[in-house]
Design a protein. Structure first.
Length: 51
C-alpha cells in the first residue's frame, strides 16, 4: 500500500516527503478536532471497573 502511494505522488523524493507530511498533518488534525471528541462521548475513562 505504501509503495503504491509513493509511486502515485508526483515529483522528486523530497516533494513526496513534504506531501506525505502535509497529509499526515491533515489526518491528525481531523482526528483531534472531529473524531476524538465524538468518541469521547461514548467512552468515559472515569467509569473503569476491574473485576
Amino acid at each position: 500500500m505504501y509503495a503504491a502511494l509513493w509511486r502515485i505522488l508526483p515529483g522528486p523524493w523530497w516533494v513526496r516527503v513534504l506531501i506525505l507530511l502535509a497529509l499526515l498533518a491533515a489526518v491528525l488534525y481531523g482526528l483531534f478536532w472531529y473524531v476524538f471528541p465524538w468518541v469521547s462521548q461514548f467512552v468515559n475513562p472515569q467509569e473503569v471497573t476491574v473485576g
